[in-house]
Design a binder for this molecule. Structure first.
Ligand code: SF4
Length: 257
């Protein structure tokens, strides 16, 4: 697959910027510390799920000192709907202690310091540096990884390789928002299943060989609806057909019950 030329990459981001001039994280937060907490909670969880628990949590603990005062047990109970909540609670208490004891209760603006915190890896550090401090870092999550590889914008076998490729191909003026544009594009347009290629603003630049067409999403929706009505047998024979609502299949024919 031929990679993007400089002018194609610039055009890719120009369109992203035109569509979303001021993209932002969909995680709710109040300050750098609560952003860090929200990002730690979002590992292997959805932003929607995290946003359900953080308002109550941040009302009680929006600083490292308050998080320490809250304690691990109470924190666990507040975030118990989030996957891996016990491990995350343990890490959040430990990182809050480090922030209080070593950084005066502030979130450090240095990558090495962030990555040394419990539960904080490169992706989380990149998000905090970018969102809280305006650094031109590009965090690679599952959406960014998929979009970068699928489009051919920045192919790579690992998140780190994709990050390096993105930093190399992204014009400096677009690095600040690149992560958000790619995440939002992956979440709402270039989805893992049935990407919405007919609605995609970068379809002519994208190198993906299995782009969807206008008809495919409709057919996919029909097949799902048919399966829900127990019509999988008919679909196996004639994939493009779906039965009318209310019909049932008996002896190879569709009829009203
Ligand atoms: S054309 Fe399709 S595969 Fe390519 S970026 Fe757009 S949605 Fe994704």
């Amino acid at each position: 697959m031929a990679g993007f030329s400089d002018s194609e990459a610039r055009e890719f981001y120009r369109r992203m910027a035109a569509a979303r001039p001021e993209p932002a994280t969909e995680l709710g937060y109040r300050n750098p510390f609560t952003l860090l907490v929200a990002v730690v909670l979002s590992a292997q969880a959805t932003d929607v799920g995290v946003n359900k628990v953080t308002p109550a949590l941040f009302a009680l603990a929006d600083t490292p000192a308050k998080m320490l005062a809250l304690g691990e047990e109470r924190l666990s109970s507040l975030i118990r709907t989030i996957g891996l909540y016990r491990t995350k609670a343990k890490n959040l208490i430990a990182l809050s202690r480090i922030l209080v004891e070593q950084y005066g209760g502030e979130v450090p603006r240095r990558r090495e310091a962030l990555e040394a915190l419990p539960g904080v890896g490169r992706k989380t550090a990149n998000i905090v540096l970018n969102e809280a401090f305006g650094e031109p870092t590009i965090a690679v999550d599952t959406h960014v990884f998929r979009v970068a590889n699928r489009t051919g914008l920045a192919p790579g076998k690992t998140p780190r390789a994709v990050e390096q490729a993105l930093l190399a191909v992204t014009p400096p003026e677009y690095r600040r928002h690149a992560h958000h544009w790619l995440v939002l594009h992956g979440r709402y347009v270039c989805t893992a299943k049935n990407p919405r290629c007919p609605q995609c603003i970068v379809a002519d630049l994208c190198r993906y060989e299995a782009k969807t067409t206008a008809a495919e999403p409709l057919a996919a929706r029909r097949r799902r609806a048919a399966r829900a009505r127990g019509a999988s047998a008919l679909l196996a024979e004639r994939p493009d057909e779906t039965p009318a609502a209310g019909l049932t299949r008996r002896r190879g024919r569709w009829s009203r019950p």
